[in-house]
Design a protein around this ligand. Structure first.
Ligand code: ZN
Length: 113
């Protein structure tokens, strides 16, 4: 389950921000997750709740925003929005999409005190 390590890296980003910006309490965390990152939303929430215990983000609410995937056809170079890597190119019909965007996770915004 790679959600646990993602939750830990999200927490790391939050803790760094707490040091840099001097806040002591996080109320809400907006996480942006690409549709191609294979992250399970429920698993992510569960892991996040587990790793934030006794940290600056303890008790924070997690909001997950899904961002669309963007792929490029390996054959003709056509770029299109994709939900999985196994979609055929709309232009030439071949399979073999390369990910351009939407396979990553990032902390988009924090509501802090
Ligand atoms: Zn193509």
């Amino acid at each position: 389950m790679h959600e646990m390590s993602l939750a830990e890296s999200a927490l790391q980003i939050i803790e760094d921000a707490a040091i840099n910006q001097g806040f002591t309490r996080v109320r809400t965390v907006w996480l942006e997750i690409g549709k191609l990152s294979c992250v399970e939303k429920d698993a992510m929430s569960f892991c996040f709740d587990a790793v934030i215990k006794d940290t600056v983000a303890d008790g924070a609410r997690l909001e997950i925003l899904e961002t669309a995937g963007q792929g490029r056809c390996a054959r003709c170079g056509h770029e299109m929005q994709i939900n999985t890597l196994y979609e055929a190119c709309l232009q030439c019909g071949s399979y073999g999409m390369q990910v351009v965007a939407g396979d990553a996770m990032r902390v988009k915004e924090l509501e802090v005190e």
